[in-house]
Design a protein around this ligand. Structure first.
Ligand code: ZN
Length: 197
């Protein structure tokens, strides 16, 4: 029975990713057409970076990361591309990080900007990795999202506009916010041990 349950869960994950891939391709194409390449080429944004000891620095000006669809496809796996560049959503309980509890930092899968710390991660029960605050307010940008007949707030990586997920106002203290992430939009950097060899 356990094996059957697991198999149907896996099949569910694959099925949805497949469908989402098709939808995402169309969406990504439209999205690209709305933002002519070149407009953002010289733009800079203020973000915070981690120093070599993993300490967050002051806000610094960084060039916006802009790439063509073809470049993103080369850099990312199909699932990462579909979610981070095509604004898809991974199926709940299928991502790598919803139940991930190691200490460390979650970075943008597209441009490696630090986005969330494991210290603000909590178990929301939703099946998506959830945080009550970004690692730096500058690094995550909110954007109104009226798609799918809902009024939501999309969250984007400030440096590359990668789609991360959505933020909701039903989170725990101290912020009351729930940043609902896609694992595919993130890479994890485990915290370095304090005692260096
Ligand atoms: Zn990014």
């Amino acid at each position: 029975m356990g094996a059957m349950g697991k198999m149907s869960t896996i099949a569910g994950c694959i099925g949805v990713v497949g469908l989402a891939l098709m939808a995402g391709t169309i969406h990504a194409a439209n999205h690209t057409n709305q933002i002519p390449s070149g407009i953002q080429r010289n733009m800079t944004v203020k973000v915070r970076l981690l120093d070599e000891n993993g300490v967050m620095g002051a806000a610094v000006a960084q060039p916006k990361v802009v790439k063509t669809d073809a470049e993103w496809r080369r850099l990312l796996t199909p699932a990462q591309y579909q979610i981070a560049r095509g604004k898809g959503t991974e199926r709940a309980f299928c991502g790598a990080f919803y139940d991930h509890k190691k200490p460390g930092i979650y970075l943008c899968v597209c441009c490696q900007l630090p986005l969330f710390s494991a210290e603000t991660k909590f178990d929301s029960g939703t099946g998506w990795p959830s945080f009550f605050a970004p690692i730096a307010a500058e690094n995550v940008t909110n954007h109104p999202d009226l798609s799918l007949g809902m009024r939501r707030v999309e969250i984007l990586c400030t440096r590359c506009d990668g789609h991360l997920g959505h933020v909701f106002e039903d989170g725990p203290p101290p912020t009351g916010l729930r940043y609902c992430l896609n694992s595919e939009s993130l890479v994890f950097q485990e915290k370095k041990s304090a005692a260096k060899k």
